[in-house]
Design a binder for this molecule. Structure first.
Ligand code: TXA
Ligand code: MG
Length: 342
């Protein structure tokens, strides 16, 4: 088991971070401590990627299965190259186009990256985050930072500092609170160690955007593909899950919507449909109107799930978003959040 820690919370300007606060956080990281910080996607739980025992405490804090590798954050593409055994042209092109940003590249790792970071695999996931606080921290600490999302394993990722504390209070040394993150869903994870680059996790950078730069990639025969799960063990079926049961319903199916909402006492509704009357009495239903534009929907999704969990609803009904490829990451998270079982 592990010792409860006092968590220092520091508010920090997301656009112009106070360098004294950054220096304090950087110093903790260099001393093997855990610091949660904002990225443009979600908050991360950071530790020095080169410090095996610090990384071990990330696994302990999250209750993370030891076979799930952790993304290493670096300040720029040059720092990424130092941790990779090779730097293929595709990596160079993608880094040039998307970094800093929400794309994680999986490459063969240098031996200096501890095995615990990569969960024993010979690869490492690398990304340069596009958040001024994260970048300042990486520059001042001058070490690569291993950081999974700052939530307990399999729960909904945090898009605010408050979400981080709800899951991990007492499990980290410092939290940099820069307000809500803008992206709201995690980075796209792309495996460059195989002949045809393969999508391991859909995320904020879309397949179309990647394909514009390096041509066709392998998105898996079926997003639930077994191969992808084995290659990226983080992609367990039930993941990103709220406490309440979640189901998705086609927006035209008013009958299924009504039946689902009537089956419980308190329900939440992630509403996309526009012309529906109120399906059940309003005191039994908490409605969150979701944006119809994909990046705004993504930015809102996790916060909405956290809100509905706080409201203690038994069931969350989500109107199924459009089936187009831009919505791949949203569909992936909704499907995982709705997967019953463990
Ligand atoms: O946006 C993000 O990616 C956030 C922020 C904090 O950067 N991080 C994040 O980390 O979502 P995490 O640990 O919650 O998810 C990382 C995913 C997992 O599915 C993991 O299995 C996969 O990336 N991954 C990391 N390193 C890998 C590697 N070497 N090979 C295959 N998959 C890897
Ligand atoms: Mg995560």
């Amino acid at each position: 088991m592990f010792n409860p820690r006092d968590t220092i919370v520091r508010h920090i300007d997301p656009q112009a971070p106070d360098l004294a606060v950054i220096a304090e956080a950087a110093d903790l990281l260099r001393r093997g401590k855990l610091v949660a910080f904002p990225t443009e996607t979600v908050y991360g739980l950071g530790a020095s990627a080169l410090d095996e025992s610090a990384v071990r405490s990330i696994f302990a804090a999250k209750g993370r299965p030891p076979n799930n590798p952790i993304i290493v954050h670096v300040a720029d593409a040059l720092a990424a190259q130092l941790l990779a055994l090779n730097w293929p042209e595709q990596a160079a092109k993608l880094a040039e186009r998307f970094w800093p940003g929400s794309l994680t590249l999986v490459l063969p790792k240098q031996p200096m990256v501890p095995d615990i970071v990569s969960a024993g695999s010979p690869t490492v996931g690398l990304r340069v985050p596009a958040h001024p606080v994260a970048l300042a921290l990486l520059q001042v600490a001058d070490i690569p930072i291993a950081a999974p999302s700052a939530n307990r394993s399999s729960q909904v990722s945090p898009t605010t500092a408050d979400h981080v504390l709800r899951g991990l209070s007492g499990c980290l040394d410092m939290l940099l609170d820069a307000g809500p993150t803008s992206g709201g869903l995690e980075s796209t994870v792309l495996d460059l160690t195989v002949d045809a680059p393969r999508l391991l996790r859909p995320g904020l950078v879309t397949v179309a955007e990647i394909e514009e730069v390096i041509g066709p990639i392998d998105v898996g025969v079926e997003p639930r593909g077994r191969a992808n799960q084995l290659k990226s063990p983080g992609m367990l079926e039930r993941h990103y899950a709220p406490r309440a049961r979640l189901i998705c319903i086609a927006p035209e199916d008013d009958v299924a919507l009504r039946q689902a909402l009537e089956s419980v006492h308190q329900a939440g509704w992630l509403k996309l449909r526009t012309n529906s009357s109120l399906p059940v009495e309003s005191n039994r239903l908490k409605i969150i109107s979701m944006p119809s534009e994909v990046s705004q929907y993504s930015a809102r999704l996790y916060a909405a799930l956290h809100e509905l969990d706080d409201a203690d609803v038994e069931l969350i009904v989500a109107d199924l978003p459009p089936q187009s490829r831009d919505w791949l990451a949203v569909h992936d998270r909704l499907r995982r959040a709705s997967h019953a079982g463990s």
